[in-house]
Design a binder for this molecule. Structure first.
Ligand SMILES: *Cc1c(COP(=O)(O)O)cnc(C)c1O
Length: 336
């Protein structure tokens, strides 16, 4: 795979640690659980989007952009990491936030990621749920171009083939770490949303014939459309890397049974997972992605989907800052 031929700006504190979760594994009595600490990517409290931004921001600079525009939900981790990367590189940053949950709570609208977006100097505009956010970004880019500026539009979640290269790099990094400690990985599990993370991991593992399967736990869409979206992006990413055809449809698997009422809406399973990982491992997950991803992993272990003796790696994709936007959801924890 031709990964090194793409422009890249190093933003990630790599390699992120691969650590055993001994107490969580014991508490669940199932497989050996490991955690790939992509919450420790370093920039702006970390998270998975920083890996994508290494390639996206390099592309923006190659195109001589002076401004980046991106979009996400109000508590978008992607927006926060983009704002920080732009600050570090001296670019202006415009963030368009879709009010996807309708929460009016002050913590949700102003704290957590939103506080950091503003701290990093990004301009932030709020849009009602259901807005065509891609069209809104295109309109704003046109306005800026009319003023003589050079905008670079980053899709939601940084999920295009260029961004997914960041998770191809993660797949190679993780396979190397596992080899170094003689760890045969039976499955990599993580939360899947805009799809770049899973697409990059699958393209990286399949393109390098590592034989490591990936299971995405959905946070928004139903299974069929989520798998189609991941598969399309994984194929586009493999094309870009010069390994067209490396990704089989069967290698793209998403379980979307843990979304609950909708994107960004807390579930009892998420609260349990966040609390359990905090109290067994001293690790903070997030309420929108890694909390639901872990809720799915815990439930699948309880149902016997993973067996004793297997090695399962959970990719912690970050986002714990979002906890401060969800104080309202943690009443039982706060009052206990
Ligand atoms: C964006 C995000 C994800 C999902 O990654 P995608 O590439 O959008 O599928 C998972 N976890 C966290 C914390 C995120 O911010």
């Amino acid at each position: 795979m031709k990964l090194a031929r793409f422009p890249r700006i190093r933003l990630v504190h790599a390699p992120t640690p691969l650590e055993p979760m001994k107490r969580l594994s014991e508490a669940l009595g199932g497989p050996n659980l490991w955690i790939k600490r992509d919450d420790c990517t370093g920039l702006a409290t970390g998270g998975n989007k920083t890996r994508k931004l290494e390639f996206l921001m390099a592309d923006a600079l190659a195109q001589k952009a002076d401004t980046v525009i991106t979009q996400g939900a109000t508590q978008s981790n992607h927006a926060r990491q983009t704002a920080a990367a732009a600050a570090k590189l001296g670019l202006a940053c415009e963030i368009l936030l879709e009010d996807r949950t309708g929460y009016a709570h002050d913590d949700y609208r102003r704290s957590g990621n939103v506080l950091l977006d503003r701290l990093f100097g990004a301009s932030v505009a709020h849009f009602p749920v259901g807005t065509d956010m891609d069209a809104a970004m295109a309109r704003r880019a046109d306005e800026l171009r009319a003023q003589g500026r050079r905008p670079y539009v980053i899709p939601g979640g940084g999920s295009n083939a260029v961004g997914a290269l960041g998770y191809v790099a993660c797949a190679l990094e993780l396979a190397e770490q596992a080899n170094a400690i003689d760890l045969p990985i039976d499955c990599v599990v993580h939360a899947t949303g805009s799809s770049g993370t899973q697409a990059g991991l699958v393209a990286g593992f399949e393109g390098s014939r590592s034989g490591i399967p990936v299971l995405g736990i959905g946070v928004r869409a139903a299974r069929a459309p989520q798998e189609e979206k991941v598969y399309a992006l994984a194929c586009a990413t493999a094309d870009l890397l010069g390994v067209a055809g490396a990704v089989s449809r069967a290698s793209v698997v998403a379980n979307c049974d843990y979304v609950g009422a909708g994107y960004g809406v807390p579930t009892p399973g998420m609260i349990e997972a966040v609390t359990m990982v905090a109290r067994t491992e001293g690790i903070a997950l997030d309420p929108v992605y890694s909390g639901k991803g872990m809720a799915g992993l815990i439930d699948l272990i309880r149902k016997g989907h993973f067996k004793r003796g297997q090695n399962v790696v959970f990719v912690h994709t970050g986002g714990a800052v979002g906890l401060f936007g969800y104080l309202h959801a943690f009443g039982p924890v706060l009052e206990a």
